[in-house]
Ligand binder design. Structure first.
Ligand SMILES: Cc1cc2nc3c(=O)[nH]c(=O)nc-3n(C[C@H](O)[C@H](O)[C@H](O)COP(=O)(O)O)c2cc1C
Ligand code: SF4
Length: 511
């Protein structure tokens, strides 16, 4: 009996040692031995759940199928699905159907990982219309959304920043300032939030000189003025006190251990007119393109913005965040019920800019579960030039959707400031996974574009995707969202340019 107990203890000890040494799974490093149960349950879970709990498409915010696709893509595993769709294509009103063409000049590569190396730059040059000194064509139409150091751990920020460098995409700092962990080689979008972390004076007011210095000392490619966020529109950022460590307090210039609540609105401007002056002042001083991030509620703001824009005063990009977007912490009613979900939100804004003839002058970015190919393709068809990925990038670096980001007890080390939990997340390994996931998403966007008969997702129009309308019919996005003909794609000059660029970039795939 004693021998069996000794053998059992030795086996558990060996398992614990193996879990602690390996770097593949953050969960196992943080919870040696016990975490193996999760992987066992994960393995037999589908069979159990099929009879007992949920199906592949029920869980929210991301279904099991969606998470599985992100995980498999991030690990470069086989991310194909067998036996056909398990979605209810006919019974699901609003289900998007992408309409492939039978004959076209472009043809998608078929292999599992074929096409992953093909770059997918933006069809527009950000800041070109206003002639900003730092105008540039983003190398990737998929970029990492703003999630600050504070809501995410330092290890997660390092993984995302290195991942951005590997994938050749932009990494948005979020509103929590530019930390040392953002300096791992990835190009940055610096976000200017209502607390002006990273560019504020001792009284917490916006400080232009500090912003200019910050941009000069880091690879900042553009500046994003955050007006609101889909998960908590109308409310400022919120970092719970348990996550405000000494280091974060120092980076942000705030007291440690106390809830860090940002104001709901900006101090540096108070209407559209003064906001455009602010944009021009910041762009003039830094030379960088400047844009807005906003959720969509009352439309007066957008009408006023269009009315006030002129060749001398305009924003270079608009990033629309859907109401279904993620957050580190928000009141439930704001997360669930304030501001429109992405498709409604984006189309309301885009339609107004299209009617005013301004869509060619501005880069449109979208976020809100757009890190999944089908959602992203609808976004491109509605007029997005680029998509940002937030939680999907978190999934790629190990998040298991435990939804405890606001408690500082994230089991995978992604959204915590506790060193022992963070210790499980190996930044190098997860950087590669973030990059693999982004490359795979780009590859899928390109493949589907080619199936539709165009060389780039920005060339997909609102007529190329239908929404299922019950059992007997479907309606194109153009009709559903009240778009005009050829809306949702770029103008003829940009279309010609990006087609030529893609022809050069698209190397023939091995058979
Ligand atoms: C943990 C976390 C932190 C976030 N922090 C910020 C932030 O600092 N600034 C911001 O504009 N959005 C923030 N967001 C919102 C994301 O940038 C993104 O707009 C939103 O999650 C929708 O994208 P997704 O569906 O791909 O996650 C955060 C989201 C998460 C999940
Ligand atoms: S594992 Fe859970 S707590 Fe951690 S980042 Fe993901 S959802 Fe948030």
């Amino acid at each position: 009996m004693k021998t069996f107990a000794a053998m059992g203890a030795a086996a558990v000890g060996a398992l614990a040692a193996r879990d602690l040494v390996q770097k593949e799974h953050a969960l196992k490093r943080n919870y040696p031995v016990i975490a193996n149960l999760r992987y066992l349950l994960e393995r037999v879970g589908p069979e159990l759940r099929q009879y007992i709990i949920t199906d592949n498409d029920q869980e929210r915010p991301f279904s099991r199928d969606q998470r599985r696709w992100v995980y498999a893509s991030a690990k470069l595993q086989n991310n194909y699905f067998g036996f056909g769709s398990d979605n209810d294509l006919e019974g699901h009103v609003g289900y998007p159907i992408i309409k492939q063409r039978t004959f076209a000049d472009v043809a998608p590569a078929t292999g599992t990982h074929a096409g992953e190396a093909t770059p997918l730059p933006s069809a527009k040059v950000i800041g070109a219309t206003r002639g900003r000194r730092g105008a540039f064509r983003p190398e990737s139409v998929v970029n990492i959304s703003g999630m600050s150091f504070g809501s995410l751990s330092s290890a997660a920020i390092v993984a995302l920043n290195r991942g951005a460098a590997l994938a050749g995409c932009l990494h948005n700092t979020g509103e929590g300032a530019l930390s040392p962990y953002h300096r791992e080689g990835g190009d940055l979008v610096f976000q200017i939030g209502t607390s002006y972390f990273g560019c504020r004076d001792e009284q917490g007011r916006f400080d232009l000189d500090r912003l200019v210095d910050l941009c000069a000392g880091a690879p900042v490619k553009m500046l994003e003025v955050k007006l609101s966020q889909g998960a908590k529109p109308g409310l400022g950022g919120m970092l719970p006190g348990v996550k405000v460590t000494e280091e974060i307090a120092q980076i942000r210039g705030i007291p440690a251990g106390v809830d860090c609540a940002s104001p709901s609105r900006h101090q540096a401007f108070n209407d559209v007119d003064s906001m455009l002056d602010f944009v021009e002042m910041v762009a003039g001083a830094t030379g960088l393109p400047v844009g807005l991030k906003s959720a969509v509620g009352n439309m007066d703001f957008w009408d006023d913005l269009i009315g006030a824009m002129s060749p001398e005063r305009m924003v270079d990009f608009i990033n629309i965040d859907g109401g279904e977007g993620g957050t580190g912490a928000a009141p439930l009613v704001f997360a669930d019920s304030v501001s429109f979900p992405f498709r409604v939100a984006f189309s309301k804004v885009y339609r107004r800019f299209a009617e005013a003839g301004l869509t060619d002058d501005i880069t449109f970015i979208g976020a809100g579960k757009l890190g999944l190919p089908d959602n992203a393709l609808v976004a491109f068809a509605l007029g997005c030039d680029m998509v940002n990925v937030g939680r999907e990038a978190m999934l790629a670096i190990g998040c298991i959707q435990a939804q405890k980001c606001h408690t500082d007890s994230c089991p995978t080390g992604v959204a915590t400031q506790r060193p022992w939990l963070m210790h499980g997340l190996d930044p190098d390994l997860k950087a590669a996974r973030a990059a693999n996931y982004i490359k795979t998403l780009r590859r899928d966007l390109l493949k589907v574009s080619e199936a539709v008969g165009v060389a780039h997702p920005a060339l997909i129009t609102a007529d190329d995707i239908d929404l299922i309308d019950g059992l007997q019919s479907s309606r194109p996005l153009r009709e559903v969202y009240g778009y005009g003909r050829r809306w949702g794609t770029v103008g003829p000059a940009a279309a010609e340019e990006i087609t030529a660029i893609m022809a050069q970039l698209h190397l023939p795939e091995p058979a």
